[in-house]
Write a protein that binds this ligand. Structure first.
Ligand code: CA2
Length: 151
């Protein structure tokens, strides 16, 4: 990755997000993960960046993907799902690779149960976007690309 390399962003979706649009539409809406990824691919074309998207229900697989991003991607957009509130290991992986990271959530976690109010990820992220549904990812990708282009 030289100075002029096209920016490459890894988008990670955590546990249960594969069910989006298929279960509990009253809570998480009818947009599927494929819909979100398609929206991000379109946005990436407009921003002239590359994106790779990956979903896993497994903490270790997410950590492996974060490690593998080093030298391959310039930044990370992650919805860690429930691991947001439990995973010191994902936080340590993000801190270790030192890739600029934006944490995103579909729901406004601060309007929900108290156990969702704490994020292990937020202190190692450049910022967090929560509560805008699928648009949280769009806003997160835009913010990350602007951050990378400023630095
Ligand atoms: O709001 C978010 O994006 C969350 O990261 C979603 C997680 C939740 O544990 C976090 O507190 C906030 C849960 C994702 C579950 O996704 C489902 C989708 C459809 C049906 C059931 C679960």
């Amino acid at each position: 990755m030289g100075e002029t390399a096209v920016l490459s962003i890894l988008v990670l979706h955590g546990p249960n997000l594969n069910l989006l649009g298929k279960r509990e539409p009253g809570v998480y809406g009818t947009t599927t993960l494929d819909d979100i990824n398609a929206m991000l691919v379109q946005q990436a074309q407009e921003l002239q960046v590359q994106i790779t998207a990956l979903q896993s229900n497994h903490e270790g697989a997410l950590i492996d993907a974060i490690h593998a991003a080093l030298g391959q991607h310039h930044g990370l957009v992650i919805n860690p799902g429930a691991y947001t509130h439990t995973s010191v290991a994902i936080r340590d992986a993000i801190a270790a690779v030192e890739l600029p990271t934006v944490e995103v959530h579909l729901s406004n976690v601060y309007r929900r149960e108290a156990f969702r109010h704490h994020s292990y990820i937020a202190p190692v992220a450049i910022g967090q976007i929560s509560g805008f549904g699928a648009n949280s990812y769009r806003l997160g990708l835009q913010a990350l690309v602007e951050h990378l282009r400023q630095s």
